[in-house]
Structure formats: structure tokens, C-alpha cells
Ligand binder design. Structure first.
Ligand code: RB5
Length: 149
């Protein structure tokens, strides 16, 4: 299902190469990307770019986002500090499918030093194409922010 807003995409230096690959994939897929940087391989702090994307998704400006750092760990940590963000680190296909079906993940996180380009494209395709199951999972995802209070 095509998201109603451009997909916010961000990375640090370790995710830059994969970000460019995934931007081309989105273009082939006729999806708009909102590139939040970084835009080169100079060393940067992943928290800056993770926060840019997470803030846009949390506010509803962008309904979906993609974040890439070396492992995907730092980006997951910063993104999940934002209320309403459900960022899922998916370095395998099964996680990409299940984070949509059960968690309605609105940010996909990848490790640029962990997954190869072909697998990353397949992970992104699965995350884009898999719908949320809803049902019992609606209440569970609603409880994520509630229980963290
Ligand atoms: C950068 O060297 C690396 O620490 C970063 O990309 C990320 O993996 C952090 O979690």
C-alpha cells in the first residue's frame, strides 16, 4: 500500500551507501523519499539524523521512515525514544514481515554494515508490502506508550 506522505529516510556515515541504494529502490517503486541526510561519508553522530526522521514520523508529517546506521542499533535506540514511533531493526526478512503484521512498525531500521544491498532491498519491499494484522495487536501497540509512562 502506498504511504500517503513521502518516506522520511536518514542515515549516518556508516549507512550512507545503503541509503542511496534504498532511495533508488523507492524511486523505482514510484514512492517519494524525504531525504533527511546525512549526505556523505564524513563521520557524523547518528542521533542527529535518527531524531530528524523520528520527529517527522512522531508528528505525523511523514507516516513512515527508514533509518540506517552501521548496525542499526543506535538508530533504533534514538528513534524509539519518540512517542508514537515504532522503529524495528530488521536485518532479516522474517522480522520485516512480522514487524508490520504484529507491531505496525512505522520506521524500518537497517544495519548498513550487517546486510547486503540485495537483502536490504528485499527487506524494504516486504516492509512496504506487508499490512498490519490489526485485531489483538491494536491494543498491544496502543499500550507501548502507555506502559512506558
Ligand atoms: C558508527 O561507527 C557506528 O557506531 C554507528 O553507525 C552505529 O552502528 C551505531 O549504533
Amino acid at each position: 500500500m502506498k504511504p500517503s506522505t513521502p518516506i522520511a529516510i536518514g542515515c549516518d556515515h556508516a549507512g550512507f551507501e545503503l541509503k542511496e541504494v534504498l532511495k533508488s529502490f523507492l524511486e523505482e517503486y514510484a514512492l517519494d523519499a524525504d531525504d533527511c541526510g546525512t549526505n556523505g561519508e564524513a563521520s557524523v553522530d547518528y542521533t542527529e539524523f535518527g531524531a530528524r526522521v523520528a520527529r517527522k514520523v512522531a508528528s505525523g508529517q511523514n507516516s513512515r521512515g527508514i533509518l540506517i546506521c552501521g548496525t542499526g542499533l543506535g538508530m533504533s535506540m534514538i528513534a524509539n525514544r519518540f512517542s508514537g514511533v515504532r522503529a524495528a531493526l530488521c536485518n532479516d526478512l522474517f522480522s520485516a514481515i512480522m514487524c508490520r503484521r504484529h507491531n505496525d512498525a512505522n520506521i524500518l531500521v537497517l544495519g548498513g554494515r550487517v546486510v547486503g544491498k540485495d537483502l536490504a532491498r528485499e527487506i524494504l519491499r516486504a516492509w512496504l508490502e506487508t499490512p498490519f494484522d490489526g485485531g489483538r495487536h491494536e491494543e498491544r501497540i496502543a499500550n507501548i506508550d502507555e506502559r512506558a509512562k
